[in-house]
Each structure stands twice: as structure tokens, then as C-alpha cells.
Ligand binder design. Structure first.
Ligand code: SF4
Length: 377
């Protein structure tokens, strides 16, 4: 298949691995964070760490949409379904994320909540049109990739004067999270990981472009290589990062030129800017409260804001004590460091959010049997 098969070619992967091995200098550390869950998945699925020299370490980042969703936000959605009796629509992975009191959206459905999985915001709009006598709320999660469709749904609802449709907006922003990882004292409760560079997100960058990462290269002197989600994309990005480290450069480079430009998708950005504004702060699972890291619906579209419509107030809820998701999302620990990984906590019975989606580090490690990583030793 075009743009897939040629990026999964084992012989080319071997050539890239040889090139990385030739570039890597003895005694030099190359510790790179792949921000995105899509890259974590590719690294686990294709065993890419096995192709890298021991001093090239990959650290998983917090870029998995359901993993960073705090329990308090899922509790809000469950409350809307069980107490306010709305029809709650959301994407599939969100249904299984553990919430308070042993619940999840899926379990809340068994308690009588009208909770429906949708494939797109258009489906949620259709549910609202089909049920004019019911309140319909779309539980919107994800990074900049899934934000434009939510903006378009709100604009469409506005055009149609769809009075029974609203959105519980939990969209988060990638650059703010990277900044937080690099400089926040709060996240140091889990310790810090020395990072020598980042593999930048693929899909997010198609929307925001490569320009927002330039400050990391300049201010923090961290190289960034934006990469696609196929194994050869990741290997090529590692090679580019190794070269930058060797040459003492800190630049933003774009490996994913087939989809990402410097300015990104400006049409999508303008729709997002029309509908959303920055929240002062937002709690991320694993990163605590992160200033200006999420979006809220502008007052002009406030009638479509479920938080305003139902007078919702956010309450922070601590994670399960046994769960190491916070440290894993911060890159300080690995899934196998968690005492209940693969025993009590499995994809069938996730205790923490990192075991839910295939993009979660714990689910990726579990699914591809990567229990004995030697990095971080
Ligand atoms: S294995 Fe489960 S409980 Fe442990 S950190 Fe991962 S998601 Fe949390």
C-alpha cells in the first residue's frame, strides 16, 4: 500500500540501524523522548529499540489522548450521563478509562447511562438531530489532531441552531505539555529524565505545523525531529537526532515532509481559534495542573459548552495508588516498573489509563511482549 509498505521495509530498517550505529559515539548519551503514543506503539510493535545501540534510549512521553485524561474529567462525563440523563457521545477508547468508584463510561452504561460510541463529531451531531427531546453531549478529548472536527461540529450546530447539542471540551495542547516536561518543578516529584531531544508528533503537526517547536530548540537547546508513525519514519528520526547531538545542533527538522509543513493547516487553525480559547490551567494525568495547556469554548459559542450549560465544576481525583501512570507519562518509569503490570492490570482489566488505548505505553508493552526492556537500567 502506497505510503505504508515502503515505510515498513525491513532491509531499509537494517540499513538505517547500521547508519545509526556508525554515527553513535562511545560514551555519549542519546536519550530521546517520543512524545506521541503513535510512536510508542510503533516502537513496541516493530521492536525498534532492539535495533538501536545501548546508549540510544527511547523514553515514552505523554502524547496518548486517553492516558492524560484525569479521572475528574471522566467523572464529569459520567455525571452528565447518570445524573443529568443526557445522551453522552464519545470516541471508543474513552469508554474504558477507569474513573472514580470503580466506574468507567462503559460501566456507567451498565448502570443505565445512555453512553454511545461515535466515530466522528458528525455522528454526534446526527444523534442530536435524531433526538430533539434529549440533551446530547459530545465528550471531546484529544490533542490538536481531534480539535478541528470538534470546532466544525460546534460551528455546524450553531448554523443549524441545534439547541440540544453541547460539548464537554477536554482538548489539550502539545507544546504546553512539552514545556511543562522541560521546566515544571511540580512534575519533579517523580524525578526527572535527562532528555537530549524529542521525536515530535506526526498527526498533531499536520495541524499546527513545525513552527511551534522552534522555541524548544532555541530556548531549551533540545533538538526536535517531527516524524511519521511508520517504523522507518522513527528510525530516520533517531538518525537525524543522533546527528544533531553529535554536531551540537538544536534545530527543528521535519522527517514527515509528506504531510507536515512549517505553518501546518491554517484553515483548521482558524476554525479552532474561532471556537476555542486557552484555559488558564488544566489537569493532566501525570503532569498535574499545566498552565495554558488546554482549550475551552469561547463565550460566543457558550450555549454549546456543556460545562456552562450544566454548571459543571471540576474536582481533582487522585489516581489509584498502585498505578504508576503519572511517572510513566512523565518518562521517569517504564511499564514494567509497575508492580501490577500484566498481572492485576491488563488491557482487559485496565487499572490505569496507560493500559487502555493501544497508544498507551503499558498497553503497547503488554501487547507486544516488551516486558524486559533494558533501557533505564
Ligand atoms: S500497568 Fe496499569 S496500573 Fe501499572 S502504570 Fe500501567 S496502567 Fe497504571
Amino acid at each position: 500500500m502506497k505510503f505504508i509498505d515502503e515505510f515498513r521495509d525491513g532491509a531499509v530498517a537494517k540499513t538505517l540501524a547500521d547508519k545509526i550505529a556508525l554515527q553513535v559515539q562511545t560514551g555519549q548519551r542519546y536519550c530521546f523522548m517520543e512524545f506521541c503514543g503513535g510512536h510508542t506503539h510503533a516502537i513496541s510493535r516493530y521492536g525498534l529499540t532492539d535495533l538501536l545501540p545501548p546508549n540510544v534510549q527511547m523514553v515514552h512521553g505523554p502524547g496518548c489522548p486517553v492516558c492524560v485524561l484525569p479521572i475528574g474529567r471522566i467523572d464529569m462525563a459520567i455525571g452528565l450521563a447518570l445524573l443529568n440523563k443526557v445522551i453522552l457521545c464519545t470516541y471508543g477508547d474513552t469508554l474504558r478509562v477507569p474513573a472514580s468508584k470503580g466506574l468507567s463510561l462503559q460501566k456507567a452504561r451498565a448502570h443505565g447511562g445512555d453512553i454511545r460510541m461515535v466515530y466522528s463529531t458528525l455522528d454526534a451531531l446526527q444523534v442530536a438531530r435524531d433526538n430533539p427531546q434529549r440533551e446530547v453531549v459530545f465528550f471531546a478529548i484529544g490533542f490538536e489532531t481531534t480539535t478541528p472536527p470538534t470546532a466544525l461540529a460546534i460551528l455546524q450546530a450553531h448554523r443549524e441552531s441545534l439547541a440540544n447539542f453541547s460539548v464537554l471540551c477536554c482538548h489539550v495542547l502539545t507544546p504546553a505539555a512539552i514545556t511543562h516536561i522541560l521546566e515544571s518543578p511540580e512534575v519533579r516529584q517523580w524525578g526527572t529524565v535527562p532528555l537530549d531531544g524529542f521525536i515530535g508528533p506526526a498527526h498533531v503537526s499536520t495541524v499546527i505545523g513545525s513552527r511551534p517547536y522552534e522555541c524548544f530548540a532555541e530556548k531549551y537547546q533540545k533538538p526536535v525531529v517531527i516524524a511519521g508513525f511508520e517504523p522507518l519514519d522513527v528510525m530516520q528520526a533517531v538518525l537525524m537526532l543522533v546527528r544533531q547531538v553529535n554536531e551540537g545542533r538544536s534545530e527543528v527538522e521535519n522527517e514527515f515532509t509528506r504531510a507536515v509543513s512549517r505553518d501546518g493547516n491554517q484553515k483548521a487553525q482558524s476554525r479552532m481559534a474561532e471556537v476555542f480559547e486557552l484555559r488558564a490551567e488544566f489537569e493532566w494525568r501525570g503532569l498535574s495542573m499545566v498552565p495554558q495547556s488546554a482549550l475551552m469554548i469561547r463565550e460566543g459559542y457558550g450555549t454549546f459548552d456543556a460545562e456552562r450549560r450544566f454548571n459543571l465544576v471540576y474536582e481533582s481525583v487522585p489516581d489509584n495508588k498502585a498505578c504508576e501512570c503519572g511517572a510513566i507519562l512523565r518518562g521517569v518509569k517504564r511499564p514494567s516498573d509497575c508492580k501490577i503490570f500484566g498481572t492485576v492490570c491488563t488491557p482487559e482489566n485496565p487499572i490505569g489509563s496507560c493500559m487502555v488505548s493501544s497508544e498507551g505505553a503499558c498497553a503497547a508493552h503488554y501487547s507486544y511482549g516488551r516486558f524486559k526492556d533494558t533501557t533505564h537500567e
